[in-house]
Design a protein around this ligand. Structure first.
Ligand SMILES: Nc1ncnc2c1ncn2[C@@H]1O[C@H](COP(=O)(O)OP(=O)(O)OP(=O)(O)O)[C@@H](O)[C@H]1O
Length: 455
């Protein structure tokens, strides 16, 4: 039995509908106008509202917004079929023309109720799937991602050090944030440090702090980022780039829970949980001698490995739709969808820059789109995933930006290079390949009006 509200000003039709629907096994309530319905009933408790379009006072379509989530079926006379179509644009699930055939009305009412039930069941299932398979806004249903969620849940409660592995853009920072958010330390700070982004000569003092006069320019004592994570979590991204002296200090902290500022004679207790991440092959670095083996073992108490996007199967279109919804909201655009061809292009692209590349391609498409449909052209995916990411390393050194070409062509070159590669490379890597500092990259972006695409 379903609860149906009939809004109709003609008493004869109202009585006829009540009889018909009651006989079909439903509980029927009646109103003669939208304002009457609103005053007499809690509209969101109905399973279906059947409303005439032309009513005294407000038209029947006004009830749609007043009863969100409840399907509204609009009744209208033949002469106003056009306005019935308008009603559907306003969110009515369907319309039925008057005078209506009883069987036809019952069929339509049953179909709407069935669809309403399915929508509600879907919403419940979606919430349940999200509860089971999604953690901290990380979307994923494939088995590798389910393992990731499982590990996040298990490790969050413990104080164990975690090493997150995965290619660039696979969501390593998101994992670290999810672990922190679910841990007993969630009210403490989460300090995220990208070890590759801090110049090597400053890294030790930035991380561990320094005493006054520890080196030229150290005019005052300074607490490091490790100390500011006291009581919380320290996320060390790109841990593979940590130079040997900083590796030694970090090891000490992991062993004894103490840090010694640069230039200090005594240590301080720090209670920070460490989560480290890298896209590098750390065992290889250990073998080569550039990463301490004892530190590696200390860091990988629990390892979480994120699969590259190209290995996540059905997650790719699901993630794409999720990111499209987010991009539309962020950019204040009406909801958009992918054309079938765009979905094919998305699922067959290798995504060397992983979720970040997908996110950027979608954001660009939303900005460029003139309507609500995203086509493959708007995504402008390079066949085979081309570009400079990982597989096609660009020259290590600078790219001759300061060379002999004219300033115009240099700027044009800079602009093209940044636009082509910013989706796949982080700012540090982009600056390194351009042969300039991160600060210089930022300044040029400002000057040339090329804002960062990453939120
Ligand atoms: N599974 C996911 N669901 C939703 N968003 C995701 C997912 N994975 C990554 N993202 C989004 O993709 C972007 C890149 O993620 P993140 O910065 O965590 O990657 P990363 O592996 O730390 O990258 P890098 O190694 O370059 O630092 C972020 O905007 C993040 O919100």
């Amino acid at each position: 039995m379903s609860r149906i509200l009939v809004i109709e000003d003609e008493p004869i039709i109202r009585t006829e509908l009540r009889r018909l629907l009651t006989r079909a096994g439903h509980e029927v309530s009646e109103a003669g106008a939208v304002h009457e319905a609103e005053t007499d009933y809690a509209l969101d408790t109905f399973d279906l509202i059947l409303s005439d379009l032309r009513l005294p006072g407000a038209p029947g379509t006004e009830v749609i917004a007043k009863a969100p989530g409840v399907p509204v079926l609009i009744m209208t006379s033949y002469a106003t079929v056009r306005s019935a179509v308008e009603a559907m644009k306003l969110g009515a699930v369907d319309y039925i023309a008057k005078p209506f055939d009883h069987d036809e009305l019952l069929l339509q009412e049953e179909r709407v109720l069935r669809e309403g039930r399915l929508t509600r069941q879907n919403a419940v299932l979606k919430r349940e799937v999200e509860r089971l398979y999604s953690v901290g806004g990380i979307v994923g249903h494939c088995s590798a991602m389910r393992d990731v969620f499982d590990r996040i849940r298990k490790v969050a409660a413990s104080p164990a050090t975690v090493l997150v592995l995965g290619e660039s853009g696979t969501g390593k920072e998101l994992v670290a944030r999810a672990i922190h958010a679910q841990s007993p330390r969630h009210e403490g700070p989460l300090v995220a440090v990208n070890c590759a982004a801090i110049p090597e000569n400053l890294l030790e003092s930035e991380l561990f702090g320094h005493e006054k006069g520890a080196f030229t320019g150290a005019q005052a004592a300074h607490a490091g980022l490790v100390e500011s994570a006291d009581g919380g979590t320290l996320f060390l991204d790109e841990i593979g780039e940590l130079p040997p002296p900083a590796q030694a200090r970090l090891l000490r902290m992991l062993q004894d829970g103490e840090v010694r500022r640069v230039g200090a004679t005594r240590s301080r207790k720090v209670d920070a949980r460490i989560i480290a991440a890298t896209h590098r092959d750390l065992p290889k670095r250990v073998q080569e001698g550039s990463f301490r083996q004892d530190l590696y073992f200390r860091l990988r108490v629990v390892e979480i490995k994120l699969p590259p996007l190209r290995e996540r199967g059905e997650d790719v279109p699901v993630l794409a739709k999720h990111l499209l919804e987010k991009a539309c909201q962020r950019l204040n655009r009406p909801p958009a969808t992918f054309s079938p061809e765009a979905l094919v292009a998305i699922t067959s692209h290798p995504w060397p820059g992983n979720v970040r590349e997908l996110e950027n391609a979608i954001e660009r498409a939303v900005i460029l789109a003139d309507g609500p449909v995203i086509t493959p052209g708007l995504l402008s995916l390079e066949p085979g995933g081309g570009g400079a990411f990982e597989t096609h390393e660009l020259p290590e050194a600078g790219l001759g930006l300061e060379g002999s070409a004219s300033p115009d062509s240099l700027e044009e070159y800079f602009r093209r290079f940044v636009l082509e590669h910013q989706d796949k490379l982080g700012e540090t890597e982009l600056a390194r390949r351009l042969g300039i500092s991160r600060k210089a990259l930022w300044e040029r972006r400002q000057r040339l009006g090329i804002p960062r695409t990453r939120a």
